[in-house]
Structures are given as structure tokens and as C-alpha cells.
Design a protein around this ligand. Structure first.
Ligand code: FAD
Length: 431
């Protein structure tokens, strides 16, 4: 018999429970990826552009093992069902998802008469595996972390050695280029794919992790793993990264960040409207201010640390976590512009942009999410002085401030050396 493995956010061969389960069933396995135009249109162009390379590499890995990657374009459920009909398969294995899109896909597959078996693989601890007494999900991080830490992890799975494919199926073409989606493209995006992800993880374990606890908030150092896009696309398994890091120096702090990722995923599984609705409505009042929103998006607010973050996003499709907090707080707390406008802009540009992590974090910063102190104050200038004390991060991304030495880069309004093109602050940056 034949079985389909439908790849979604799990574009890898290592630690792939759905693929391993399908292979264990003894059937010939048809690995499938469907390019869904409706999904591509909604995704960040930056990430869509990386897909052909990632899929080609995945196909190469499957071919080396005697299999192939069957690629189709259209609605994922309909294409999988058509392939099932063509080959006589009746089961689809896939990796669990937490979004509405994932839930609808599963529903559609079942509606088309297929048996759907979903497997862990998205997070370290699967979303439903730790739940509080009397509730379906944890709303606050600290108790979640305690339960998460006490929960055993499944074993990391090796990449399969052989994949046998049913004969006669047209593998379909992977387009040489995909230029669809939202947002402008970054000039300097990360190289993606399973091999690049594994190299990045190795290098990180070897020389980055040990300094993580001390340096993860250091804006100019950028001394974080840069594994977020690999995790987002599933080129790397979060469980494998966590398992390798856990017992190393610096590992605890890093694994805690992966627990944050799991946390937002289990919240989103329970509240799939995360991208569109307040998780905890607190009656916030938002302002419409198209000019301020535009200045924020372009990195021209006149607040150097905010502009540096926003320009890093545009040029790299990535932003340092500390800068994400500063820029998001500036938009929602200082300018009082709705979190959705900011989160959508992030989602259009981030290589790692993800419903659970992006919108969950935006709501956290905006005070509509799971922060237990939704009214905490956030002063951009103080943040800048603390996390970029010499102004190095700001000068790297804001060329107009290149001539301002040291921390003077944070307060161009006090100086005459700033390029005349740099705008005055559109709102008070604090003092
Ligand atoms: P590291 O510091 O090396 O952390 C390791 C991994 O832990 C990350 O790759 C990520 O998977 C996870 N992680 C770390 N912090 C968080 C967090 N706060 N929430 C969830 N997971 C976390 N992360 C995304 O992956 N996608 C997003 O769309 C996203 N949007 C964000 C929006 C805002 C407003 C904020 C404040 C944070 C957002 N984050 C998002 C979380 C975090 O900023 C990024 O994961 C991190 O900057 C990625 O860099 P890194 O891989 O070097 O992180």
C-alpha cells in the first residue's frame, strides 16, 4: 500500500516523526509538498523566495534515499487527495500545526475521505501535552515553564536511511524562482535550507551558546542563534536544538527561549484568532495615524534605536529580539497605533514571521496578550543607552547618524553633526 506524507512547516529529514511513522508502516511513501498560491500570496516574499532552494535540497535528500519529493501547486488538501486517488493511498501523515490554516487543511483532508494522522515535530513539547488543571492551555508563562520543564521529551529521530516511492508518479517541477508574497525583499537575507540550518546549529553550539546568557540582549553584538527562520520553516527541529543545547554551558537560557516559542504555540492552538483579535481585551484605545505608521515602517521616526531596528528588518528580513520589543513598544505604547498594523508589517518582512510567535509577542508587548504586567513602562531612549551603550547598532543601520560618536548617536537632536536628512522625533523618545 501507499502512504502520503504531506510536508508543511517541517522541511527537513532529521527528526521528522511523520515521515518516520509513514516509513514504519511498511508502505511505500509519497512525500508531497504543495505550493498553495493563496498561502504564498499572504506570506512574506522574503520567505517565499527561499522556498525553491529549500525544496530542491529536500528533494535531493529524498532522492539520495531512493525516494522523491512530489511537488504540486494548488490547494494542499485537494492536491493530496488527487495524489491519493492516483496511487491508491488512503492515509496522510503530517506534522501537527496550531494555526487556523493547519486546522482547515486537516479538516479538508478528512472531508475528502483521507485518514489523517498528525504527529509531533513543530515544538519541543507538543501543544496539548502540558495543560493546567481545569483549563485547556496555560495563559501565563512562568507556570507553563514549570510544567514544561517537568515534562519528558520524546527521543530525537535520525534522518531515514531509505525511502521507497510508488512508481509512475510525476514528481512535478520545483519552480526555479518564486517571487510572490507580501512586503519588499531584503538585500541580505540568511541562507536557508536543512543543511544551512544544521551548520548554523553546529556553529552556535560550538561558539555562541556559552555566551548566550550574558550577551543575548546586546544589540550590536547580535549574539543570538539566528535559528528562528530555520525553526519557522522546520528546516531544523526545535526538539533537536533543545536536546543538543540543554546540558551545555548557556543551554538553560537558550532552552528557555524555545519554551517561549512552545508557550506561544500552545496559546495559539487554543486561541487561533491570535493574529486578528485581542487575546485579553483590556479596552485599549488606538489612534489612526497613517503618517506616523509610515514613518515607523520606513525607519524614519527620528528615534534612532527605533529606526535602526526597522531598517534592520527591511535590509535583513530579521530583527534583534530587543529591537523587536523596542520598536513594537514604540508603535503601540508611545504612538498608540494598533498592534495589528505593526505585527502585519513584521509578518510581511520577517523570514521567521509566524502566527504564534509574531502575533503572540506583539500582543504581549501591546498589553493585550499574556503579559502579567500589561502596563509596564518602556522608554526607548533608556533601552537604547542600556543595550547599545556606544551607539554601534544605531550607526550600523542609520547612515545619517554615522558621524555622531558613541552614545551621542541616540540623541541627534542634541547635536549639529547629524545628517540634515534625519528627521526630528515624531514622538517623545523618553529621557
Ligand atoms: P535566540 O535568542 O537565539 O532564541 C532561540 C529561539 O528561541 C528563537 O530562534 C525562537 O525560535 C525562540 N524564541 C526566542 N524568543 C522568543 C520569543 N519571545 N517568543 C517566541 N519564541 C522565541 N520570533 C519568531 O520566531 N517569529 C516571529 O514572527 C517573531 N516575532 C516577534 C515579534 C515581536 C514584537 C517580538 C518582541 C518578538 C518576536 N519573536 C519572533 C521572538 C524573537 O524576537 C525571535 O525569535 C528572535 O529574535 C529570533 O532570533 P534568534 O533565533 O537569534 O533568537
Amino acid at each position: 500500500a501507499h502512504t502520503i506524507v504531506l510536508f508543511t512547516q517541517d522541511l527537513r529529514l532529521h527528526d521528522h516523526p511523520a515521515l518516520c511513522a509513514a516509513l514504519r508502516s511498511g508502505d511505500t511513501v509519497l512525500p508531497v509538498f504543495v505550493l498553495d498560491p493563496a498561502l504564498l500570496r499572504r506570506s512574506a516574499r522574503n520567505r517565499v523566495r527561499a522556498l525553491p532552494g529549500i525544496l530542491t535540497e529536500l528533494r535531493g535528500g529524498l532522492r539520495d534515499r531512493g525516494g522523491d519529493l512530489v511537488v504540486r501547486r494548488g490547494d494542499a488538501a485537494a492536491e493530496a487527495a488527487a495524489l491519493a486517488k492516483e496511487t491508491g493511498a488512503d492515509t496522510v501523515h503530517l506534522t501537527e500545526g496550531v494555526t487556523r490554516t493547519a486546522a482547515r487543511r486537516e479538516e479538508r483532508l478528512r472531508g475528502l475521505g483521507l485518514d489523517v494522522v498528525s504527529h509531533p515535530g513543530l515544538t519541543v513539547v507538543p501543544p496539548g501535552d502540558v495543560t493546567p488543571a481545569g483549563g485547556d492551555h496555560y495563559k501565563v508563562f512562568t507556570p507553563y515553564l514549570r510544567a514544561w520543564e517537568a515534562h519528558p521529551w520524546r527521543a530525537v529521530l535520525p534522518a531515514p536511511e531509505r525511502v521507497s516511492l510508488p512508481g509512475g508518479v510525476d514528481p512535478g517541477e520545483i519552480p526555479a524562482e518564486l517571487d510572490e508574497g507580501r512586503g519588499e525583499t531584503a538585500e541580505r537575507p540568511l541562507r536557508l535550507g536543512e543543511e544551512a540550518a544544521r551548520h548554523r546549529l553546529d556553529a552556535w553550539l560550538e561558539s555562541g551558546l556559552a555566551h548566550y546568557a550574558d550577551r543575548h540582549d546586546d544589540l550590536p553584538a547580535g549574539a543570538t542563534s539566528h535559528l528562528s527562520a530555520d525553526l519557522r520553516l522546520g528546516c531544523l527541529s526545535a526538539l533537536e536544538a533543545a536536546s543538543l543545547a540543554r546540558d551545555e554551558p548557556g543551554g538553560a537560557e537558550f532552552v528557555r527561549q524555545l519554551a517561549w516559542r512552545d508557550f506561544h504555540h500552545q496559546v495559539t492552538a487554543a486561541f487561533p484568532d491570535m493574529a486578528v483579535r485581542d487575546y485579553r481585551p483590556r479596552g485599549a484605545r488606538w489612534r489612526d495615524d497613517a503618517a506616523a505608521l509610515k514613518a515607523w515602517k520606513e525607519g524614519r521616526t527620528g528615534v534612532p534605536v527605533v529606526d535602526a531596528g526597522m531598517r534592520q528588518l527591511l535590509s535583513e528580513g530579521f530583527m534583534h529580539n530587543r529591537a523587536r520589543m523596542i520598536t513594537a513598544a514604540f508603535l503601540t505604547r508611545t504612538l498608540r497605533i494598533h498592534w495589528r498594523a505593526g505585527a502585519d508589517h513584521f509578518a510581511e518582512h520577517l523570514l521567521d514571521g509566524d502566527v504564534a510567535d509574531n502575533y503572540g509577542n506583539w500582543q504581549w508587548v501591546a498589553g493585550t496578550g499574556n503579559d502579567t504586567r500589561p502596563n509596564r513602562s518602556f522608554n526607548p531612549l533608556r533601552q537604547a543607552r542600556r543595550f547599545d551603550p556606544e551607539g554601534v547598532y544605531v550607526r550600523r543601520y542609520v547612515a545619517e547618524l554615522a558621524d555622531l560618536p558613541g552614545k551621542a548617536a541616540h540623541t541627534p537632536w542634541d547635536s549639529t553633526a547629524a545628517d540634515g536628512d534625519y528627521p526630528p522625533p515624531i514622538a517623545s523618545p523618553g529621557s
